[in-house]
Write a protein that binds this ligand. Structure first.
Ligand code: CP
Length: 305
């Protein structure tokens, strides 16, 4: 069976460490990797909008010397005529060596991986998971903080629908000495299955709060997230909750001097643009590192040395 990446927990911590090491080597010497995927094709099947994930996957494959094909919205594919994900993937896996898929339905990439003849990468499925964002986050944390253990990690905003948060909690739970500080409005707390199966059953150290400013001094990492408008059933609820947390320079006065601010992006209002100039702002580096970790992942799943 081909090896796909559907959930971050499909990878062991050893495999994640190897991917981070490969990404660091690519960053040091990109030219050494410029021909590694010559003759190989990546298909990007994006049934939902994306800037970073799709374009960084495409840039990753081009920088490895490979080719890219695909679509960026369901409307320009035969999904608009009623074709199933299974049939689409079965067909495309005859045209490409590896597939990156984003879909609004939770579980769609997993279904695709069961029909595909080539590896499938989950590039985000509904409000569920986003494993390659987590690899990006882990690479960024390792580069900024020098470690993935013994950190107090604040996750702030839409923890209910924010799929990047769900994958990141799963991944970081496997490292020693992680303390989670979960900051959200009452309506947007983490789903019960993560609280029960990952945090409680895993005996993780965590607290839940609505007050970002009260916990700011404790944090080594502050991971801000956007309120996910596209997952709300009711526009009035979105409007009421969308500006629950806005990080400004003044609010950072009480933060540690070496705290790292991350955000998977896109941002709307949750980080004021004046924070971009603060040395603790890591989110644009994070977006760049996404390309390098996806290069490492493509190499791994294609079995390229
Ligand atoms: N972080 C992220 O997934 O961004 P895009 O939606 O632009 O791909």
């Amino acid at each position: 069976m081909t090896k796909s990446l559907i959930d971050i927990l499909d990878l062991s911590t050893g495999e994640i460490d190897e991917l981070i090491e490969t990404a660091n080597r690519i960053i040091e010497n990109p030219q050494a990797y410029a021909h590694k995927c010559e003759g190989k094709k990546l298909a990007t099947l994006f049934f939902e909008p994306s800037t970073r994930t799709r374009l960084s996957f495409e840039a990753a494959m081009y920088e490895l010397g490979g080719h890219v094909l695909g679509f960026s919205e369901a409307a320009s594919s035969s999904a608009s005529k009623g074709e199933s994900v299974s049939d689409t993937v079965r067909v495309v896996s005859g045209y490409a060596d590896i597939i990156a898929m984003r879909h609004p339905k939770e579980g769609a990439p997993m279904v695709a991986s069961m029909k595909s003849l080539v590896p499938v990468i989950n590039a985000g499925d509904g409000g569920h998971n986003h494993p390659t964002q987590t690899l990006t986050d882990l690479l960024t944390i390792r580069r900024k903080m020098g470690r993935l253990d013994h950190l107090t990690v604040g996750l702030c905003g839409d923890l209910k629908f924010g799929r990047t948060v769900h994958s990141l909690i799963g991944a970081l739970s496997r490292y020693e000495g992680i303390r989670f500080v979960l900051i959200s409005p009452q309506e947007l707390t983490i789903p019960d299955y993560i609280r029960e199966e990952v945090l409680e059953d895993g005996h993780q150290d965590y607290v839940e709060t609505t007050d970002l400013e009260a916990v700011m001094p404790e944090l080594d990492i502050l991971y801000m997230t956007r309120v996910q408008r596209e997952r709300f059933f009711n526009e009035a609820d979105y409007i009421r909750l969308k500006d629950s947390y806005i990080l400004t320079r003044e609010k950072l006065d009480s933060a540690k001097k070496d705290m790292c601010i991350l955000h998977p992006l896109p941002r709307v209002n949750e980080i004021s643009v004046d924070v971009d100039e603060d040395s603790r702002a890591g989110y644009f580096d994070q977006a760049l590192y996404g390309k390098y970790i996806r290069m490492a992942l493509i190499l791994k799943l294609l079995g390229v040395e």
